[in-house]
Design a protein around this ligand. Sequence first.
Ligand code: SAM
Length: 267
Amino acid sequence: MTKETAKKSASSTTEQKATSTNHPKVISDYNGYDYKKIFWENADRKYEDAADRMAIRRLLPNRMGNFVDIAGGYGRLADEYLPRATVATLFDYSKTELAQAKELYGNKLKTKAGDIYDLPFKKDSFDALMMIRATHHFKDMQKVSDELYRVLKPGGVAVIEVANKKTLPKMFRYWFKKSDINPFSLEPVHLKNVDQDGFYNYHPKYIEAIFHKSGFKIDKVLSVSNFRSAKLKKIFGTKSLVRLERGAQGLLAPVRFAPSIYYRLVK
Ligand SMILES: C[S@@+](CC[C@H](N)C(=O)[O-])C[C@H]1O[C@@H](n2cnc3c(N)ncnc32)[C@H](O)[C@@H]1O
């Protein structure tokens, strides 16, 4: 299965009222779901993992004081930021994910549970943060972006991955009338049929307007997971795709056609 949350329990979506806005929110709850095993270890996703790591290495500052990995799951990417940060915290909604992270990293990594719409951190807390493979769970990206901005120090860096609505395969599906979803229109798409929670995909222009509205400056953009396709993996193999990815991340950034668009934002 290609879905991040495909095997979570049917009762895992919680509709609540946000505490600080009147927007209803959906919490995509990974409690009781073995994301590490099901999504990463039992599936062929070495290329996607390598592509994420390549982008993070390119975008995160080499030296960071206080750092937080937002919606960081079980800490899949912790070995990328632990050597660069003086203090690193992993924040997530799921206690299952946080317990796995503790098992893997012990005291090297602080953990904190909570909801992204109401981050349990004070204003100006962090020198840097990242949020990878999480935007597709969030309905109110303006609120999320405002929260990330609030907890960063002035001059701080946020590395954020966005699930892109405007990908090449989606364009072809639209042009050949295989899908009604117009990848060129700015409004977010809620893919309700993906699993019980659905996924949100965002148009780069829509999301960039949100970042600007929060107050962020966009410092750098990368096009990531450009060759995310089972067929391409079969034909070329993971190693060759990773090699191609190395050149493509910067080269293809201006067109923003990849499934993952990475942003380095500065407060
Ligand atoms: C697809 S996983 C990504 C984990 C990690 N960033 C990675 O790339 O491996 C998405 C994560 O978002 C977390 N999440 C979903 N909704 C959340 C919310 N409202 N607040 C905080 N975390 C949330 C889930 O618990 C899950 O660990």
